[in-house]
Design a protein around this ligand. Structure first.
Ligand SMILES: [Ca+2]
Length: 173
């Protein structure tokens, strides 16, 4: 489905005509910032600031709904795309660079005023708790190709001391 200039369009699959056979479904004229199907429902985000309260209207006090939207339907919600510097409207590839020495990832430089928390968490098995490991994270020695306002980080592995290590990036608002 496509939301364009206040009208929803149905876009058939590529084997059924693709965009050449798209057709309008409904014109709404509303400020809809994102939409998705979820368990058989059509979920819309973006309403007027003074919209009347109702049982079908859920408000969030922040931009949390927009941050969790995923308009390109890839593996990354908008919050992650913001941090990775990727286009939220174009499916993005896996942003991690893995090798035996460690894991590299390019992240936006956050200011202290932004309400986004990023932490590298790790465990040596999946049975124990995840723990923040800032001691294993350093700016990568190779910053080539990294755009201004971003840094390539490196989570270092020591395979001799720890042949198994699990790492996850914790991102929250
Ligand atoms: Ca996305």
């Amino acid at each position: 489905m496509l939301n364009l200039q206040g009208t929803f369009y149905e876009i058939p699959r590529s084997n059924s005509g693709d965009r050449y056979r798209m057709r309008p479904l409904a014109t709404h004229g509303k400020r809809i910032t994102d939409f998705a199907s979820w368990r058989g429902l059509l979920v819309l985000t973006g309403v007027l600031d003074d919209a009347r309260a109702s049982a079908s209207l859920v408000r969030t006090p922040s931009a949390a709904a927009l941050a969790h939207a995923n308009p390109d339907d890839d593996a990354w919600i908008n919050l992650f795309e913001f941090l990775f510097g990727t286009d939220p409207f174009t499916p993005s590839v896996w942003p991690l660079d893995l090798n035996a020495d460690g894991m590299g990832i390019v992240l936006r430089n956050l200011t202290s005023t932004e309400e986004i928390q990023v932490a590298f968490e790790s465990t040596t098995d999946l049975l124990s708790d995840w723990h923040p490991r800032p001691d294993l994270v350093t700016p990568h020695p190779d910053q080539s190709g990294v755009p201004a306002g971003f840094t390539r980080w490196r989570f270092t592995f020591d395979l001799d001391a720890e042949p198994v290590r699990f790492v996850r990036l914790s991102i929250s608002l």
